[in-house]
Write a protein that binds this ligand. Structure first.
Ligand code: KG4
Ligand code: ZN
Length: 394
């Protein structure tokens, strides 16, 4: 079966088409089309993602990305003559895309000319994320489902990140799902989330602990801003920290490791950010100074993540660790988690491949395939939900 997937939860606009063979237990997955537009440049001048700007950019870019994805998948075929939508469908499409006038216009200019592609379902991220941004993807999915008469599968973005870490590349664009021994712990670290989730068996999630304030990625972004580095700050801090390590710069500042000894599985990164702010006041911020702060900050975040994840693995007697989300791109954090699981013994550590670490629609297609039973009829209603949870409290 083929699934077309749409992702618009934050500042990446993405459309992918994936083909699946075999059952949901061990499918062979091929990426037939994968089109992604990162809006970061547009948000950089504001120092972070601006929700209404993200919404607008999604509206402008979705149809071109849909075209690119369909072309890559060789599913792009135009009718010799335009086939106008029937009055009822046209009216419904206008209602669904009422709040996205630019997207509606592009949709109506293309879809009546396009022959219906042979995809079996449409998967779309419906949360968590920035609500105005999420709605654009959700509404496009609904409109396509109406015209093409396909089911829609609403997908939780964080579950997408979990599955992206389990994709094992066989050859370019061909993957299978790693075999996971359960129970497992997922550490989900992104710009909006930092949480430890217990996965007792596939598809069941319960929250073990989360951040009380800032997410790990948010802390990276805010500290980067204090250091005068552009958004997104994670990769920038990481680069400076690596330079400090390779130059063996002496450790000149010391930052706290928030909540590292607390008995719970909660995190707090807001205090760490404030601690950086205070340290910067008395410092000369030259290149060496920035490198030193970056390394100490990255060390502090890594140590806390590693300690809490270790505690979560012990508490749940888990046999696997699955790490997902944009911050999982950080090499120091990856290495710290990997060596912690190796030291514990008998715990497999699953990390996402660099290409699938940050937001993308491939992971949404995979999560959609594995969730087919949750598919909604084309007419069924579901909402974008910025605060959608993966789980209840354990
Ligand atoms: O998962 P993601 O692409 O979007 C959200 O769902 O939030 O994560 C984006 C976050 C940003 O905060 C970014 O700074 C962070 O991931 N990030 C990193 C690195 N690459 C991206 N943080 C630390 N080190 C990195 N190398
Ligand atoms: Zn994400």
């Amino acid at each position: 079966m083929k699934i077309l997937a749409i992702e618009t939860s934050c500042d990446e606009t993405a459309v992918a088409i994936a083909g699946f063979k075999g059952g949901t237990k061990s499918p062979s997955i091929s990426i037939l089309g994968n089109a992604l537009y990162s809006q970061t440049a547009a948000h950089t001048e504001f120092g972070g993602v601006v929700p209404m700007l993200a919404k607008r950019k999604h509206s402008q870019n979705l149809i071109p990305l849909l075209e690119s994805s369909l072309r890559q998948a060789k599913l792009w075929k135009l009718h010799a003559k335009e086939k106008p939508l029937d009055a009822k469908t046209g009216k419904k499409v206008r209602e669904v895309l009422e709040r996205e006038p630019e997207l509606l216009e592009a949709f109506l200019a293309l879809i009546p000319r396009l022959s219906r592609p042979t995809v079996d379902a449409i998967a779309v991220t419906h949360g968590p994320g920035l609500e105005p941004a999420l709605w654009v993807g959700v509404n496009l999915a609904k409109a396509l489902a109406l015209v093409w008469n396909k089911p829609v599968i609403p997908v939780n973005h964080m579950e997408g990140h979990v599955f992206s870490s389990l994709l094992v590349e066989q050859k370019p664009k061909a993957y299978h799902l790693a075999k996971v021994n359960y129970p497992a712990v997922a550490l989900l670290i992104s710009g909006g989330h930092t949480e430890l989730v217990h996965i007792k068996k596939p598809g069941t999630y319960s929250l073990l602990g989360a951040t009380r304030d800032d997410a790990a990625g948010e802390a990276f972004d805010k500290v980067a801003r204090m250091l005068g580095l552009p958004y997104p700050g994670g990769p920038e801090i990481s680069k400076l920290a690596e330079e400090a390590r390779s130059k063996k710069l002496p450790r000149e500042i010391e930052l706290p490791r928030p909540m590292i000894t607390s008995k719970d599985l909660e995190f707090s990164f807001a205090g760490l950010k404030t601690a950086v702010l205070y340290k910067l006041k008395g410092m000369k911020l030259d290149e060496a100074g920035k490198r030193g702060v970056a390394r100490e900050f990255e060390d502090a975040v890594t140590e806390v993540l590693v300690a809490k994840t270790r505690a979560a693995l012990l508490k749940t007697r888990s046999r696997s660790l699955i790490v997902g989300g944009g911050v999982a791109a950080n090499r120091h954090i990856r290495a710290g988690l990997k060596s912690m699981t190796e030291d514990m013994g008998k715990i497999a550590c699953f990390l996402p491949s660099p290409a699938l670490t940050t937001d993308n629609a491939v992971m949404i297609a995979v999560a959609g395939f594995l969730k087919q039973r949750g598919a909604k009829k084309k007419s069924a209603s579901f909402k974008a939900d910025g605060n959608l949870r993966l789980s209840g409290k354990a």
